[in-house]
Design a protein around this ligand. Structure first.
Ligand SMILES: [Zn+2]
Length: 241
């Protein structure tokens, strides 16, 4: 697990050079954002130990396998930590892959696995979990959420943005790192989310894949322009319907 510290509160944990999760420093301990692939649990717990604070809660941006893959193993190691995910993506953890009538009936993509760990909290948009506000960012998955730290304006965006092989929104295929785009459920929804996230004007962007970006607003805007060009008409049709 490669540990990098960004500012006062953000610790990025990177495994195998392509999957991140983050420890966020709070007064009572760490909030963990995402759990990485299977096999990451001990490394995450060891990182927190090394930094001498307990992990108090586990927040999940979405239910893909490379973000919830170590949830059950972590829950076994730190059973007292709270576990929170959006109500929408919590359904995937139980094997329910149905879409709601009001959702775009696009194909779900990416890996989903069953998790036996039951969330202790189902997140609603606008909830505050410590210093982090739950922000809607659907598109990559139907219930994808991001977390915005109001103390230093760090945005934990999961797979709503990717910074590996250059910054992109969830729907934009990067030849050197195509996996986030390939795993994206509904690209126009993801693009709307990318726009609402940049409107928060974050000072720092931490994501599931790729490095932590400082002062990311201009880069996020250019990723949105790239995505709009690629989605072209599809985006305009969705916006007006
Ligand atoms: Zn994903």
């Amino acid at each position: 697990m490669k540990i990098t510290i960004h500012g006062d509160y953000t610790i990025n944990l990177n495994r195998l050079a392509f999957v991140n999760c983050q420890l966020v420093r709070e007064n009572d301990g760490f909030t963990l954002v995402d759990t990485g692939m299977a096999g990451s649990a001990q490394g995450i717990v060891d990182a927190a130990k090394q930094l001498e604070m307990p992990i108090r809660r586990i927040l999940l941006t979405h239910a893909h396998i490379d973000h919830v893959g170590s949830l059950d193993a972590l829950h076994a190691l730190i059973p007292d930590a709270e576990v929170a995910i959006s109500a929408r993506d919590a359904r995937f953890l139980t094997g329910d892959k149905s879409l709601d009538p009001d959702e775009p009936h696009d194909q779900l993509r990416g890996g989903y696995i069953l998790c036996s760990t039951k969330p202790t909290q189902l997140l609603k948009i606008g909830d505050m979990i410590g210093s982090l506000e739950v922000v809607a960012s659907p598109g990559h998955t139907p219930g994808h959420v991001s977390f915005f730290d109001h103390r230093d304006k760090t945005l934990y965006a999961g797979d709503a943005y990717t910074t590996k092989a250059g910054i992109s929104t969830a729907g934009t295929l990067k030849l050197l790192f195509p996996f986030t785009a390939m795993a994206t459920w509904h690209k126009p929804t993801g693009l709307h989310s990318a726009e609402s996230l940049v409107a928060l004007r974050p000072n720092r962007l931490a994501v599931g894949h790729g490095k932590v970006l400082e002062n990311p607003v201009e880069a996020m805007k250019s990723a949105i322009e790239d995505a709009k060009r690629l989605l072209g008409k599809m985006y305009d049709t969705t916006k007006t319907s």
